[in-house]
Design a protein around this ligand. Structure first.
Ligand code: PLP
Length: 339
């Protein structure tokens, strides 16, 4: 199906701004940094999932769904945005979350999940989460509801198609201001839909820049394979004769730090630098790591002065509050942020 024919439920305020970040660029040796503000997509404190959910809920509504079900970690941005999107569409929302505590602190994204009226269940492991999600979907169907299950991160071909559209949006903005970036940085994961859509979108436009997916969890190779596979699946759904090879997908896995959900000093420093030069809120799980990669590359001479790079801000701000204990000392300057 052509991109323009995919059913779409309007949720996002588009186009998102493409902001200059001159003070950050000056700190990084005089490069030009452009920030694609998908933290401002407009739904429930913003983030990359809004774009995917436009297509996912479009699909759900076309199939007559009455209930959307999805899964993720306790502080999932995707789950928070799904809960809000379901509210907007008048659908019931069931979230199956996993984390080390069965009664996690109700704050950040989890607090908002409840605010949007989602039914929330918490389990310990990803395996239990997948099993419970399937059981919940069956129970919905038995009660006469029409369940629509959205996998982790909304990263289906339909969800990733949103980031093909988003690439077109970015390139239009770049053309309008005659900007020619050499690289684009975006946080990526084993869900991979954002990265896959951007890789496919860039390919369709002749690869105008390198799309650098910055891994937020271990196993860069698995992410690379997943992103290529999902990009190809998306191309097939959109009827495009394009093939992305695994080796063409760039995944930088040097910035993961202690693992998914944990920020090291480089990530915290990136959050502090972006905040204090540009007033940007990055998060410790995704965007802080992506910015740490951009900063690290700039400091090791990857770019010439005047060169343009794009930072794709994918949102995630509510998680900042859930990490207050770890972050507060660094923000208050009690502990130096190591370089
Ligand atoms: C703030 C943020 N950035 C990036 C990502 C990664 O996006 P994807 O699931 O498309 O790989 C997520 C996923 O939850 C996210 O919440």
């Amino acid at each position: 199906m052509r991109l323009v024919d995919l059913p779409r439920f309007p949720l996002a305020t588009l186009p998102t701004p493409l902001d200059e970040a001159p003070r950050l660029g000056a700190e990084l040796g005089g490069i030009r940094v452009l920030v694609k503000r998908d933290d401002l997509t407009g739904l429930a404190l913003g983030g990359n999932k809004t774009r995917k959910l436009e297509y996912l809920l479009g699909d759900a509504l076309q199939r007559g769904a009455t209930t959307v079900l999805t899964e993720g970690p306790v502080q999932s941005n995707h789950c928070r945005q799904t809960a809000a999107a379901a509210a907007r569409a008048g659908l019931r929302c069931v979230l199956v979350l996993s984390g080390s505590e069965l009664a996690p602190p109700v704050q950040g994204n989890l607090l908002l999940d409840y605010l949007f009226g989602a039914t929330v269940q918490v389990v310990r492991t990803r395996e239990e989460r997948a099993a419970l999600l399937a059981a919940e979907a069956r129970a919905c169907a038995e009660r006469g509801e029409r369940p629509y299950v959205i996998p982790t991160g909304g990263s289906t071909a339909v969800g990733a198609a949103a980031y093909v559209q988003a690439t077109l949006e970015l390139v239009q903005q770049l053309v309008a201001r005659n900007a020619r970036p050499t690289a684009l940085y975006v946080a990526t994961s084993t869900s991979g839909g954002t990265h896959a859509g951007l890789v496919l979108g860039a390919r369709l436009l002749g690869d105008p820049f390198r799309v650098i997916g910055v891994a937020v969890e271990e196993d860069g190779e698995a992410i690379r394979r997943r992103v290529a596979a999902l990009a190809n699946e998306t191309a097939a759904v959109l009827g495009l004769a394009v093939r992305i090879e695994d080796r063409e997908v760039v995944v930088d896995d040097r910035w993961v730090g202690p693992g998914y959900g944990s920020a090291d000093e480089r990530t915290v420093e990136a959050m502090v630098l972006a905040a204090r030069t540009e007033g940007l809120v990055l998060d410790p799980v995704y965007t802080g790591k992506a910015m740490a990669a951009l900063i690290g590359d700039a400091r090791t001479g990857a770019f010439q002065p005047g060169e343009t790079v794009v930072f794709w801000h994918t949102g995630g701000a509510p998680a900042v509050f859930a990490h207050a204990e770890r972050l507060a000392p660094a923000f208050r300057g009690e502990r130096p942020v190591e370089r």
